[in-house]
Design a protein around this ligand. Sequence first.
Ligand code: C2E
Ligand code: MG
Ligand code: MG
Length: 260
Amino acid sequence: MIEELPNAIRSGALDVYLQPKVTLPDGVVYGFEALVRWNREGVMVPPDRFVSVAEESGLILELDRYVMRRATQVTADINAELGRSYSISVNLSALHFSGRRIVGWVQAALADSRLPPSLLTLEITESVELGDWRGAQATVEELRESGTRVSIDDFGTGYSSIGYLHAISADELKIDRSLVERIETCDKSRFLVDTVLDMAGNLGLDVVVEGIETESQARVIHQLGGNKAQGFLYGRPMPEETMRTLLRNEGVRDLEQDAG
Ligand code: C2E
Ligand code: MG
Ligand code: MG
């Protein structure tokens, strides 16, 4: 796989799927997350199978750059076509934050796609030990100063969640699916999510709750004060074209409703 991956990136064999991000309780789409898929001779390989391999070899830097370019372009195109301001979230390996190259890459992707910086969110996953994050803060700060948003992904699963929040300044926090799974039946899950929502609110962070699969999970999250979500209930990651068609039809439905 390591041998094939550089060529897959170069030859466009990586597809960028989009998953809707929605507001609660209405479930209206306000943006998407870009999730990479490897089209390996017609079989869609999920990122869990190659992202860590790509991190070991350093190839993840090129991969993320490719996904970011593509995702910003697609979103700008959709916004231009539909006259909307959907936002896009891109996952970046923590490896990007040990240097500054990412800053130029983000600027180039924004300039080439003409997507406003405020519509791009960079999701950083919490899978790196805190020590590394102190140095990363300068890069994060530079990105945020240019107007791009920064999100802490998979909150609640990593090494030292609170310390991490202290070390890096972000705009958004994503509560991991593992905290949400049993939210209707498990008091402990509910208290934890409630507490994280409160804490994030106190820190002035937006919160997106990940992995919502059922209406009743969505109801509990909303009751606890959550107002943004993502999950199979609202839509699975899908090819760009499918997302575009879906949004086009949603626009048509809005018009029909307005017309009575
Ligand atoms: P993530 O960033 O936390 O993305 C959310 C993952 O949860 C996605 O898996 C998505 O398909 C899945 N998911 C969303 N809603 C639900 C739900 O309701 N139920 C369940 N069971 N799953 C749900 P996916 O696409 O397989 O991606 C896995 C991870 O791979 C991502 O987790 C992210 O950490 C990484 N990844 C994906 N694309 C990229 C990329 O372009 N660059 C980097 N560096 N990492 C990526
Ligand atoms: Mg993510
Ligand atoms: Mg996540």
